[in-house]
Ligand binder design. Structure first.
Ligand code: APR
Length: 264
C-alpha cells in the first residue's frame, strides 16, 4: 500500500490545479526524474558497475569519442542495455493522458524532454527531445541517422554489442544521436521549446535539477512572458522562480494533479 501524500503536498497539488484549470496553453519540461520511477537512474545518480569510476560528463563529449570511440560507444550500449526493459511509469502515462485530453479540449499542451529514453513515446506522448535520443545513431562523418533497434527479439546481444559500427554510406563511425556536452541543441527542437515556453500560461518543470542550460532557462523565458511556473520534484532545485513546488515524486503527483484539475 503506497502511503498517502502529505497534507502539505496535497495542498500544493490543489494550488497547482487551480492555476492549470484556467490555462489555455501549458508547456512541460521533463528531466531524468520523470523516468526514475521506471527504474532508470537519474543523470546525477552515481554511475554503477563497470562505469562507476567514470563521470557521465567525461564520456558524453565529442573529445571523449575522438579519444576513445570504443569506450564511449560501449558506455552507450551499456546504457541501452540498462533501459531496454524499462516501461513508462504513472508520470509518463499521466502526461500522455493529459496531452490527449488537451487535444480534445483545444488546450495547447507542449511536452519537451531532456531525456534520451523513449518512455514518453511508449506512453503515447508526442514529445520534443532537446538532448537527442538513445535509440538513434548518427554517422560521425556524413550525419546520416541510423536507428538502433531496441527490440530484444532482434537478437539484443548482437544489437547491443560494443563493437564499433561503420556507416553503410560513407564508412564513417556511428555515434549515438545524443547532444554531448559542448554541442549545440537541435535547432528545430530548441525553437519549438523556446516558442512554447514564451507562449504558455503555465510552465511545469518535472524531474529536472535545472542545472544544465539552455534547457534550464526555459522556465525563466516562460516567467519573463508572464507565465506561472510549477515544479514537481521531491528535492528542491536552484530554480528560484517557481510559483508552486510540488515536493513529491512525479509518478505520485501527476496522476493526483490530473484528477484534481478535472474535479475543479
Ligand atoms: N520525480 C520527480 N523528480 C525526481 C524523481 C521523481 N521520482 N526522482 C528524482 N527526481 C529529481 C531529482 O531531485 C533531480 O532534481 O530529478 C532530478 C534529476 O536531475 P538530473 O539527474 O540532473 O537530471 P536532469 O535534470 O534531467 O539533467 C539535465 O543534464 O547531464 C545533462 O543531458 C543531461 O539531460 C541531462 C541534463
Amino acid at each position: 500500500m503506497v502511503a498517502e501524500l502529505s497534507a502539505q503536498i496535497t495542498a500544493q497539488i490543489k494550488q497547482a490545479a487551480v492555476m492549470l484549470k484556467s490555462a489555455k496553453s501549458i508547456c512541460v519540461l521533463t528531466g531524468a526524474g520523470v523516468s526514475a520511477e521506471s527504474g532508470i537512474p537519474t543523470f546525477r545518480d552515481k554511475q554503477t558497475g563497470l562505469w562507476e569510476k567514470f563521470r557521465a560528463e567525461d564520456l558524453a563529449s565529442p573529445d571523449a569519442f575522438a579519444r576513445d570511440p570504443k569506450l564511449v560507444w560501449s558506455w552507450y550500449q551499456w546504457r541501452r542495455q540498462q533501459v531496454i526493459d524499462k516501461k513508462p511509469n504513472p508520470a509518463h502515462l499521466a502526461l500522455a493522458q493529459w496531452q490527449e485530453l488537451a487535444a480534445k479540449s483545444g488546450l495547447t499542451f507542449t511536452l519537451i524532454t531532456q531525456n534520451v529514453d523513449d518512455l514518453h513515446e511508449q506512453a503515447g506522448s508526442c514529445v520534443h527531445h532537446l538532448h537527442g535520443r538513445l535509440w538513434q545513431n548518427r554517422c560521425n562523418n556524413c550525419q546520416k541517422i541510423v536507428k538502433q533497434s531496441p527490440n530484444p527479439s532482434n537478437n539484443a546481444a548482437q544489437a547491443l554489442s560494443d563493437e564499433l559500427v561503420n556507416c553503410n554510406d560513407c564508412g564513417g563511425l556511428l555515434r549515438p544521436d545524443i547532444v554531448w556536452f559542448g554541442e549545440a541543441l537541435p535547432e528545430k527542437e530548441w525553437q519549438i521549446a523556446e516558442n512554447a515556453a514564451a507562449d504558455c500560461d503555465v510552465f511545469i518543470n518535472i524531474g529536472t535539477s535545472s542545472l544544465v542550460y539552455p534547457a534550464a532557462g526555459l522556465a525563466q523565458i516562460a516567467r519573463q512572458h508572464g507565465a506561472q511556473v510549477i515544479e514537481i520534484n521531491p528535492h528542491p532545485t536552484p530554480n528560484t522562480i517557481v510559483n508552486v513546488t510540488i515536493a513529491a515524486p512525479a509518478g505520485r503527483a501527476l496522476p493526483k494533479l490530473l484528477k484534481q484539475i478535472s474535479a475543479l
